[in-house]
Ligand binder design. Structure first.
Ligand SMILES: Nc1ncnc2c1ncn2[C@@H]1O[C@H](COP(=O)(O)OP(=O)(O)OP(=O)(O)O)[C@@H](O)[C@H]1O
Length: 327
């Protein structure tokens, strides 16, 4: 397969009446990346995805694929394909006919489209169910059919809107590793919308965090998690404390906080609650300056020297654990 093209969003804007859903965002998705658009409900992720797909008009700015402005092309002419949250399968068509549908619309002959549909079903391991109706499939199987249906058009970019949200937690984790494997095999760009931090961390080469219609931070998953640049990203990614220090606000991972004697650390904290979590214990502390701080202490370390609620401890961390936050 030839190298897929880069996808660029240039000052991309979506307005619905007076609501600005996407506010002049710029981003360059490198070809072949697995990117997750991550953010809370209403931040503009789906609007962004739908503008890339061509299912929503662009109010301003442009979508550029492989150097060409595709902002005003119809969805089928862009080189993108979209997989919807509810899969949108036709209930009266067999699995094979669902997958072959877009080729039928393009006037491809029956034998060719059946052959291509079966190839796609093989790719997603659904050959055995080829003649069933969607209602005769499990949620995970429906998702695979939806994937096969999106991939039959040989898109350069696959757009996925909350593709795992309809599945139960067990299946969600299984299907997420299948999505990742498929993306690696195909080598095309995946842009996957989710509001789940775990999902984004598990899947993404690159995480694009959106909030209030803008991109707050984008970068490799580990960089976004370990070095959040704003309060919002630190809190939304989870696992971090936002601490106000004389030099400014910093993010510190809760598992980077250590305990010492009172007055021997950087701050003192009173233990408000203790939560046992199996491999670790979370201490929720009220620290100097009325700041809430969570410290995640490995189980063995905690129980070697158990503490009780109400006790005061000193809190320590390395300089390298502090990530300054933008004001
Ligand atoms: N068709 C529409 N008409 C008017 N406002 C809309 C429309 N679609 C979305 N919006 C508004 O635009 C903003 C962004 O919506 P969008 O669906 O892009 O967010 P999202 O991050 O995908 O949220 P969710 O995770 O809940 O799907 C929201 O304030 C929403 O209410």
């Amino acid at each position: 397969m030839s190298t897929p093209p880069d996808l660029e969003l240039v000052s991309l804007t979506k307005r619905y009446g007076s609501t600005v859903a996407v506010d002049a965002i710029n981003h360059h998705f490198h070809a072949g990346v697995y990117a997750c658009l991550l953010g809370p409900s209403g931040c503009g992720k789906s609007s962004t995805l739908r503008m890339i797909a061509g299912h929503e008009s662009v109010s301003d700015g442009s979508v550029v694929l492989g150097g060409a402005d595709v902002s005003h092309l119809p969805p089928a002419k862009r080189g993108t394909a979209m997989m919807f949250q509810n899969y949108a399968l036709f209930p009266h068509l067999s699995v094979t006919d669902n997958v072959a549908f877009s080729l039928k619309m393009k006037g491809v002959d029956t034998a060719t489209r059946r052959k291509r549909a079966l190839e796609m079903l093989e790719l997603v391991d659904m050959t055995a169910q080829a003649e069933r109706l969607p209602a005769q499939l499990s949620g995970g199987q429906q998702q695979r059919v939806a994937l096969a249906r999106a991939l039959i058009t040989q898109p350069q970019v696959l757009l996925l809107d909350e593709p795992l949200s309809a599945l139960d937690p067990f299946l969600r984790i299984r299907m997420r590793s299948e999505l990742k494997k498929l993306q690696r095999e195909l080598g095309i760009t995946f842009v996957h919308v989710t509001h789940g931090q775990d999902e984004a961390l598990a899947l993404a080469d690159e995480i694009v965090v959106m909030n209030n219609a803008v991109i707050e931070q984008a970068g490799p998953a580990r960089e976004v998690f370990n070095a959040p640049r704003t309060d919002f990203v630190a809190r939304f990614m989870g696992g971090h404390n936002v601490v106000a220090l004389p030099q400014g606000r910093v993010a510190i991972r809760s598992d980077r906080i250590g305990l010492t004697e009172p007055a021997q650390g950087r701050l003192d904290g009173r233990i408000v609650t203790i939560e046992y979590q199996g491999t670790a214990v979370t201490l929720n502390l009220r620290a100097t300056g009325d700041q809430d701080i969570a410290a995640l202490i490995p189980e063995e370390e905690f129980f070697a020297n158990p503490l009780t609620e109400g006790a005061t401890v000193g809190l320590t961390w390395d300089d390298a654990a502090m990530h300054p936050l933008r004001a």
